[in-house]
Write a protein that binds this ligand. Structure first.
Ligand code: FES
Length: 107
């Protein structure tokens, strides 16, 4: 099972082994990770699942869709070059060890 590392703003880390195919927002909910709201349930409509992907791993991910890119303009915390929406990233074996940092706020 691929592993995701969630890093809280204070540096606390949670390492979660997850089923392939689950997205990063769902995985956070399953593992009770704080800091991801996921208000719209993963339908790319709310931007409350904002994460910062480790800059060294950002190229492993598929490009943002137009909808994701537009929603990222409305995130509560600072948008950065490595900003993504957790519900739009499906885990797969090639992403094993993916590190995502949580912003200090989602709303
Ligand atoms: S959960 Fe709403 S955009 Fe990701």
């Amino acid at each position: 099972m691929p592993r995701i590392v969630y890093v809280q703003p204070d540096g606390a880390r949670d390492e979660c082994d997850v089923e392939a195919g689950i997205n990063l927002m769902q995985a956070a909910a399953v593992h009770a990770i704080e800091g991801i709201v996921g208000e719209c349930g993963g339908n790319c409509m709310c931007a409350t699942c904002h994460v910062y992907v480790d800059p060294h791993q950002i190229d492993l991910l598929p490009a943002r869709s137009e909808a994701e890119d537009a929603l990222l303009d409305g995130v509560a915390a600072e948008r950065r070059a490595n900003s993504r929406l957790a519900c739009q990233i499906n885990m797969q074996p090639a992403l094993d060890g993916l590190i995502v940092r949580l912003p200090d706020r989602q709303i």
